[in-house]
Design a protein around this ligand. Structure first.
Ligand code: PEP
Ligand code: MG
Length: 579
């Protein structure tokens, strides 16, 4: 039994057999074979080596004449590995001794070798682990053909274990079969984590080397409440976790009982709870959980898993479906936030060197006007169906806002010319996700109807910590005094300008920050649907005086640690069951 600690990103407990997939979605289950099949598997292994060697030799010869040098050296190293007889013997011995498939023997052997490399202190040697994985993948491609696993068509319950998952991969998981998710990489606010939370699948990320210590088919416990993953747990541990899992489900039922009650503090202050969604069908879940509208529709997910761009009608249908659930309630449609960790299929293979600081979000839209206008057409057409609002992500300065508004006006004129109905007074808001926007909030506020604070990006950009990088995940915290100071400024500027203010980053889904946000003056939050009942319970258990006291104390503290631990203790007193 091995216990690993990572970051809890989606609550709940999963106990299942692991399905280990690599970044190319290859699935390597531990599949036993009959003794009579061993020779055939050994032959498959030999063929795979042969195929990989010939592929590499060909590649090496091409690079030999063109670039020479470094690339040729890499191929030479890979070829040396593939020619190593003892390595091949180790794999075929495993096929014989354990009666397993060639792909399982290849994967297990290479992972063992890679784990020796990663443990080396010398960074040159430890970085060679990437080469080992590369060779492993080349062999697996030979063994499995080019076929990828279709994780949408699973037939048995599994816990998915991966080095890293993309938001698109995660969004494709079928909740009926994917009971839990564990990954080496990622952070609490990486988009794959956000999607796992929306789907309600327990998940732990930033486990660093889990994929090196686990094999497909191992039993695994994923504790999405405490960020713990247990590989091959003993019977007693399984029993304890089964009990704990039942208690957790009971707590959820208890919280679900208050979902239709208003989100009102004990002294009568009404808080509006909206939902964050990635797909239109999640709107129904927001409603079921007691949400009062959609505060963030991440429309870029319309682009992620299809080979071509969505048409105007695809957009329109998605918006209409969402609005149909909340006809008389706000639906905030965020224009596409592509780039960073969310690439369209066509841009996926040419990532930027520093994508979070690159052609992302509104910047991408302002350089791709046809795409942008298509989305505006659809939003405006849908605006007559309900209370639609438009929101621009990642605004960093006034000029970007003005440009975006100008393009929106152009599209409005087009619709006027074609006599197509739309809401001429549609509300326009921006996300405050960068320090530059937060520091100029009073100026930006003059030209819009609302702010929505995107604390995920605001934290990342303020602290210069990549929100999806497990190596710096301990440095990522909304409780940092710098982040809190910016949030407070934005709230105050919104109040002064008398515009609406929402908070829609993951901070709003985290019970530990609710009293602080309320005390700082927030009255509308948008959060991941499964967390709505728990957050409502906290709101219904406190008074504004409690919240103001929390703010007063936090503002007097200088360290993130002190603030985080104070907020944890304060919340534990209000909702001990959640801990
Ligand atoms: C945010 O940055 O806080 C936010 C809500 O947007 P996203 O998580 O989609 O980047
Ligand atoms: Mg963001």
């Amino acid at each position: 039994m091995e216990i690993k600690k990572g970051i809890a990103v989606s609550p709940g407990i999963a106990i299942a057999k692991s399905l280990v997939i690599d970044s190319e979605d290859y699935r390597i289950p531990r599949r036993s074979i009959m003794p009579s099949q061993r020779m055939a598997e050994v032959q498959r292994t030999r063929n795979a080596f042969k195929g990989a060697i010939s592929e590499l030799t060909q590649l090496e010869s091409v690079h030999d004449s063109t670039e020479g040098g470094k690339i040729k050296d890499i191929f030479a190293v890979h070829l040396r590995f593939l020619h190593d007889r003892s390595l091949r013997k180790r794999i075929t011995d495993l096929v014989h001794s354990e009666s397993v498939t060639a792909e399982y023997a290849v994967s297990t052997t290479f992972r063992e070798i890679a784990s020796h490399f990663t443990k080396e202190k010398d960074s040159y040697i430890s970085e060679r682990a990437a080469d080992i994985y590369d060779i492993e993948r080349r062999l697996l491609r030979q063994l499995l053909g080019r076929k990828r696993e279709n994780l949408e068509r699973l037939t048995e319950e599994v816990a998915v274990v991966a080095r890293e998952l993309s938001p698109t991969q995660t969004a494709g998981f079928n909740k009926k079969f994917v009971k839990g998710i564990a990954s080496d990489a990622g952070g609490r606010t990486s988009h794959a984590a956000i999607v796992a939370r929306s789907l309600g699948i327990p998940a732990v990320v930033a486990l660093e080397d889990l994929t090196e210590t686990i094999s497909g088919g191992d039993t695994v416990i994923i504790d999405g409440n405490h960020g713990i993953v247990i590989v091959n747990p003993d019977d007693e541990t399984i029993r304890q976790y089964e009990k704990y899992s039942l208690e957790f489900v009971e707590l959820e039922h208890k919280l679900d009982a208050i979902k239709q009650k208003p989100a009102i503090t004990r002294d009568g202050v009404k808080i509006t709870l909206l939902g964050n969604i990635e797909f239109p069908d999640e709107a129904e879940l927001v409603l079921q959980k007691g949400g009062e509208g959609i505060g963030l529709y991440r429309t870029e997910f319309l682009y992620l898993n299809r080979p071509t761009e969505p048409t105007e009608d695809d957009h329109y249908q998605a918006y209409a479906e969402t609005i149909s659930v909340f006809k008389h309630r706000p639906v905030v449609i965020r224009t596409m936030d592509l780039g960073a960790d969310k690439y369209t299929q066509s841009r996926r293979f040419a990532p930027e060197p520093n994508p979070f600081l690159g052609l992302r979000s509104i910047r991408f839209c302002l350089q791709n006007l046809t795409m942008f206008k298509t989305q505006f057409h659809a939003i405006l057409r849908a605006s007559v169906l309900g209370k639609v609002k438009i929101m621009f992500p990642l605004i960093t300065n006034l000029q970007e806002l003005m440009q975006a508004k100008m393009i929106l006006r152009d599209v409005m004129e087009d619709l006027d010319e074609d006599s197509i109905a739309y809401n001429k007074n549609i509300q326009i808001g921006i996300m405050i996700e960068t320090p530059s926007a937060a520091l100029t909030a009073s100026t930006l506020a003059r030209d819009i109807d609302f702010f929505s604070i995107g604390t995920n990006d605001l934290t990342q950009y303020t602290l210069a910590v990549d929100r999806g990088n497990e190596l710096v995940s301990t440095l990522y915290s909304e409780a940092d005094p710098a982040v809190l100071r910016l949030i407070r400024t934005v709230i105050q500027d919104a109040h002064k300008a008398q515009i609406d203010l929402h908070v829609c980053g993951e901070m709003a889904s985290d019970p530990e920050y609710i009293m602080l946000l309320l005390g700082m003056g927030v009255r509308t939050i948008s959060l991941t649907p499964p967390m709505i009942p728990e957050i409502k319970q906290i709101i219904r258990s406190v008074t504004m005086e409690d919240c103001n006291n929390v703010v007063r104390k936090v503002l007097a503290m200088n360290s993130e640690r002190q603030i985080a631990s104070f907020l944890r203790d304060a919340t534990r007193k209000i909702l001990p069951e959640a801990f």
